[in-house]
Design a protein around this ligand. Structure first.
Ligand code: SF4
Length: 292
């Protein structure tokens, strides 16, 4: 398979065929993100994409799951995305899932009818990097949308019928009282958005990013591991949505917590509280084993 630059996918797409439909991220401005800084954003040529699909077919035969890369495939013009989905369905008779990342601004640039058409074409699962539900923090990290717009983007995806997975980034507000506000506002947004999955990731400072420079200049302080766990506990405490699958099993996290809300709420809170009580670093993922 041929790819341009580094390729990222959610952990749950480990078994999916990765089809690169864009190079980079259409937004590429978030202050904490270094993933696509080495790429200039462009949509790949349809003929190249079709050739890749034929290569995958020759190499793997029939496929069931496809993830569209890179950082924000929903930004691709709707007619082109529909054509890509049709090509995938034609090439792989057993195809059951096409998924991709969905940036909030790109999602809002599509009408509900367009989103519904994409869903009907077989794109069934989307990953929205919400990061936080806190309006001030969304502006500070240059996510490109307000909190109201982020919520609207998520609600549109749910209304169009997508299975929605959302990520929140622990540690993003730095040390201090803003950490709690970040957790509470994020929980409130999730309660209103009602995704199926919520993944908590933990911030690492990536060299070359604006946030890394802020930290170097003393304008941002990364919370310690236990402070990020306190943030996760506050987040879970304020989640009222039911049948929400929560997980912090990403390699960036210090502690893996998994369960379904509200069923496993107390079990998850007890697990975090116990680690916080003992302050045992051995219970956490080692710093050198973390990644993003
Ligand atoms: S939208 Fe996602 S991929 Fe793009 S810069 Fe922000 S965090 Fe990175």
């Amino acid at each position: 398979m041929r790819y341009e630059g580094s390729i990222y996918r959610p952990p749950s797409e480990a078994d999916s065929y990765l089809l690169q439909v864009t190079v980079g991220c259409s937004h590429n401005q978030c202050t904490f993100c270094a993933m696509y800084k080495d790429k200039s954003y462009r949509i790949r040529d349809l003929e190249e994409i079709k050739a890749d699909i034929q290569m995958a077919k020759a190499c793997y035969g029939d496929l069931t799951d496809v993830f569209l890369c890179d950082g924000d495939a929903i930004a691709v013009d709707t007619p082109l995305l529909l054509e890509i989905a049709a090509e995938l369905n034609k090439a792989f008779p057993s195809l059951s899932s096409i998924s991709c990342y969905a940036g909030p601004r790109s999602t809002l640039n599509k009408s509900l009818e367009e989103l519904r058409a994409l869903r009907a074409a077989g794109i069934d699962k989307v990953y929205l990097g919400m990061e936080t539900g806190d309006d001030r923090l969304l502006q500070a990290i240059r996510k490109g949308v307000t909190a109201a717009e982020m919520l609207q983007a998520g609600q549109n995806l749910v209304e169009a019928g997508f299975k929605l997975s959302v990520t929140v980034l622990l540690g993003l507000a730095g040390k201090g009282p803003r950490s709690r506000e970040h957790a509470i506002h994020s929980a409130e947004m999730i309660n209103a958005m009602r995704p199926r999955w919520l993944a908590a990731l933990t911030l690492s400072l990536a060299p070359g990013t604006p946030l890394y420079r802020e930290a170097q200049e003393g304008r941002f302080q990364l919370p310690d591991p236990f402070e990020t766990l306190e943030e996760m506990r506050t987040l879970i405490e304020h989640l009222t949505a039911d049948h929400l699958i929560f997980r912090s099993n990403h390699v960036s996290n210090y502690l893996t917590v998994k369960g379904e809300l509200q069923k496993d709420r107390q079990k998850m809170l007890d697990q975090i509280s116990q680690v916080l009580e003992n302050r045992d670093r051995n219970a956490l993922r080692r710093e050198d084993m973390r990644g993003f």
